[in-house]
Design a protein around this ligand. Structure first.
Ligand code: GLC
Length: 746
């Protein structure tokens, strides 16, 4: 064929393109940055904008659907979409990836994201439950298993860990995080990032993590989801940002911007947050995705007059990928043409996204998450169940055990399981259970039956519903209780009472459950209350009237097995509360690391900070949890009465298991900075060790405190330590500690 004039002119460019393309997709180019630059240099403006666009599929396109919205295939082929969420399955994701690789001009792989919050098909305990284990290694393993399962089904990226500090249990999303403390929250954030991402993000069984919701989302006024957040920069940095920084330092690949404003500036258009802090200070080089339509919500926030302006504000602030708002896909071209967004800004966002796609290995093998055989072999395996069970066992918190009613001797008692959650297989899945299947769940009743065998006499009555007001089944429940030697009363919330858009104005047991408990209590039978919930509840009456209480949160697929293991003593409960339980919702917000105020509560002085109509103390304090063993603390020792910037402080304490059971104890270390250039919390968690002690065993537990551990944002907002006196506390929870003091020298 005779080469036309145009071919001759274009020929060198075609050669150049082919050389570059070969280099880009071959491993010969040395670094990811070079490969990113090469791809970027070949992309059109439309293709660059496409990388900043994420759309949903799956449930957004119909129940149990795994498909994308109509028309998505064309957009993929045109390079106008870079990512999907809520599309699952090795086969489905492969089909869509093939369009990107085989039909689009640039062949840039798609990245598939999903809310793998506490499991994919095998449901693990909700994050607040896992935080109750105070076992970062266990939580890391849980995230690892979740990543292995989800990656086998085509998922590259999870929108987790949620690391929002939550001090208000009315907020439904407290269930998704690790509670009220920045130190524990930071440990859990890092553990989950490392669990999801593993040691090699390019492996086909590791997935990108996403720290969310950046930031301050848990500080919503009134505990009402999506509500206004307004606190000082000092509180923001000393408390709410800490777990995000820990997650970034652990290597998190992405973050998700939150819905809320902070002091007038919504996170999704917050340059101070998304660029100054995240990029300039923390040197984060991954990318930020918006929350669902959070760019579009800049309009109701009242900072953008329309979607175009919302897109301009968001991209210029540093928000790289638009989830579902269509702001970038609809308006970026105009904004670039009008000079309101520069190509430099667009290129930087595209670069960050390409960087993570390269780190995931998607350019080298776009189909490595699409192996249907691996998918079949990996889902809901025995190993997955065992990992979920182990996590559940260690997430249970024993709140009360009067007269050692627990553990129940097997076979000696006729047991009545009573309550609306006693045989539930849907609620133990908890909110955000993703692909959890109630048919796979072991209920409390089933767990007890499995434990005691077919000859055991186990009775069951629901007694009432979770939320309803009907009492017509109370009599039957009382009759059933009267036939038994002991009652296991399973009460709490339904799985849809916590999670997103699930704030509550009360913290009471829903419906008529407490009235049912009172009727059962009248029988005089010993009662063990098992609580299933997504937030602290004001179970004050139960605490005053029933012998034993287990806090079990939502423990996932093996909930009933884990609870039965603890009820009958095969597992000694070792959980500790990651969040304070108030006695009354009017006490909220109530958290242990509060300030002292100028008039701290003094029962002998009327003119101090308290409530005249209710106790001023929590029902259960942060870090609280009992054991079947008895742990005695003694011999708190400090290596010195003072430390300096170079000389750390060694702290040791003896812990003895003086009980009849082997068990684990979480030894907690707190400090108090007595005088600072600004007010300081009355306690701050600065260390914890989960130790195992056989009965009668004593261990010496050591901590090391450095000057770095004592830093905070001072009067001038510098992150420094200040010389002076400190108290140090070591104990079994934030309220029961041995204490001493030391001085930080100048
Ligand atoms: C939701 C949640 C966020 C989740 C996202 C995608 O609105 O706020 O946590 O990751 O949308 O499902």
């Amino acid at each position: 064929m005779k080469a036309g004039k145009s071919t001759i002119i274009l020929f060198p460019f075609i050669i150049f393109f082919l050389i570059i393309q070969k280099n880009v997709f071959s491993q010969s180019v040395k670094t990811i940055e070079e490969r990113v630059d090469s791809v970027l240099s070949l992309m059109t403006q439309t293709e660059k904008i496409g990388q900043l666009v994420q759309f949903s599929g799956g449930w957004d396109t119909g129940a149990q659907s795994t498909k994308p919205k109509t028309g998505s295939e064309e957009l993929i082929a045109q390079g106008k979409i870079g990512s999907f969420l809520n599309i699952i399955g090795a086969e489905t994701t492969k089909e869509l990836q093939q369009i990107a690789i085989e039909k689009s001009r640039m062949k840039i792989p798609l990245i598939f994201g999903l809310d793998v919050i506490h499991g994919f098909r095998t449901t693990f305990p909700v994050p607040l439950a896992e935080a109750s284990s105070w076992d970062p290694a266990l939580v890391k393993k849980s995230a690892r298993m979740q990543a292995i399962e989800a990656s086998a089904s085509g998922i590259h990226w999870t929108f987790n860990p949620m690391v929002d500090i939550a001090r208000d249990p009315r907020w439904g999303r407290i269930v998704e995080g690790s509670g009220e403390d920045p130190f524990l929250g930071s440990a859990m954030a890092a553990a989950r990032v490392k669990g999801y991402q593993g040691s090699d993000l390019s492996a086909n069984n590791t997935i990108a993590a996403c720290l969310k919701h950046f930031a301050g989302y848990g500080g919503a006024e009134g505990g009402r989801d999506y509500n206004t957040v307004d606190f000082s920069e000092r509180t923001f940095r000393d408390v709410y940002l800490k777990p995000f920084k820990a997650g970034v330092d652990a290597g998190a690949a992405t973050l998700m911007a939150s819905f809320n404003e902070i002091g007038g500036v919504p996170s999704s258009s917050n340059q101070q947050l998304l660029t100054k802090i995240l990029r300039d200070e923390w040197k984060f080089d991954g990318f930020v995705v918006s929350d669902w339509n959070s760019i579009g919500e800049l309009i109701p926030h009242g900072v953008a007059k329309d979607l175009k302006q919302a897109g301009e504000l968001a991209l210029n602030a540093g928000l790289d990928m638009d989830m579902e708002a269509s702001a970038y896909t609809k308006h970026l071209s105009e904004l670039i043409a009008e000079g309101k967004v520069s190509m430099l800004t667009v290129d930087e966002s595209v670069r960050r996204i390409l960087r993570i796609k390269f780190r995931l290995g998607l350019f080298d093998d776009p189909y490595k998450y699409c192996d249907t055989d691996r998918e079949k072999k990996t889902i809901l395996t025995k190993e997955m169940r065992e990992a979920s069970l182990e996590t559940a066992q260690k997430s249970i918190v024993l709140l009360k055990n009067e007269n050692e009613l627990l553990p129940i001797a097997k076979g000696e008692k006729k047991i009545a399981v009573i309550g609306p959650l006693g045989n539930s297989t849907i609620d133990p899945l908890g909110p955000w259970n993703q692909q959890g299947d109630a048919k796979q769940v072991v209920s409390v009743l089933q767990g007890i039956k499995n434990k005691l065998g077919i000859n055991a006499e186990i009775l069951f009555e629901e007694g009432c519903s979770i939320k309803g007001n009907e009492k017509d089944r109370f009599a039957k429940a009382v009759e059933t209780a009267n036939q038994a030697d002991i009652v296991v009363l399973v009460l709490g919330e339904s799985l849809d009472m916590s999670g997103e858009a699930r704030s509550r104005a009360t913290l009471d047991l829903p419906g008529v459950q407490e009235e049912l408990a009172k009727e059962i209590h009248k029988t005089g039978k010993p009662i063990v209350a098992v609580i299933m919930n997504g937030r602290p509840l004001t179970i004050t009456w139960l605490d005053e009237h029933v012998s034993s209480i287990l806090e079990t949160w939502f423990l996932g697929i093996e909930a009933g097995s884990a609870i039965a293991d603890v009820l009958f003593g095969d597992v000694n409960p070792s959980g500790k509360l990651p969040v304070t339980f108030p006695r009354f919702v009017g006490q909220v917000p109530m958290y242990y690391n509060h300030k002292n105020s100028g008039r701290p509560y003094n029962p002998k002085d009327n003119y101090t900070s308290y409530y005249s109509d209710y106790s001023n103390s929590p029902l259960y304090p942060f870090g609280y949890g009992l054991s079947y063993a008895k742990f005695i603390y003694s011999n708190l020792k400090l290596s010195s009465k003072n430390i300096s910037k170079i000389e750390p402080l060694k702290i040791s304490v003896e812990v003895k298991n003086d009980g009849l059971y082997n068990g684990e104890e979480v030894v907690q270390l707190y400090i108090r900075d007595l005088v600072g250039s600004v007010t300081r919390p009355v306690k701050e968690l600065k260390g914890f060790h989960k130790i195992f002690l056989t009965k009668g065993e004593t261990k010496n537990v050591e901590f090391v405190l450095t000057e770095e551990d004592l830093k905070f944002y001072n009067l001038n907002m510098n992150f420094v330590s200040e010389p002076g006196m400190f108290k140090v506390f070591v104990g079994t929870n934030s309220a029961e500690c041995l204490e001493d003091e030391f001085e930080l020298m100048d």
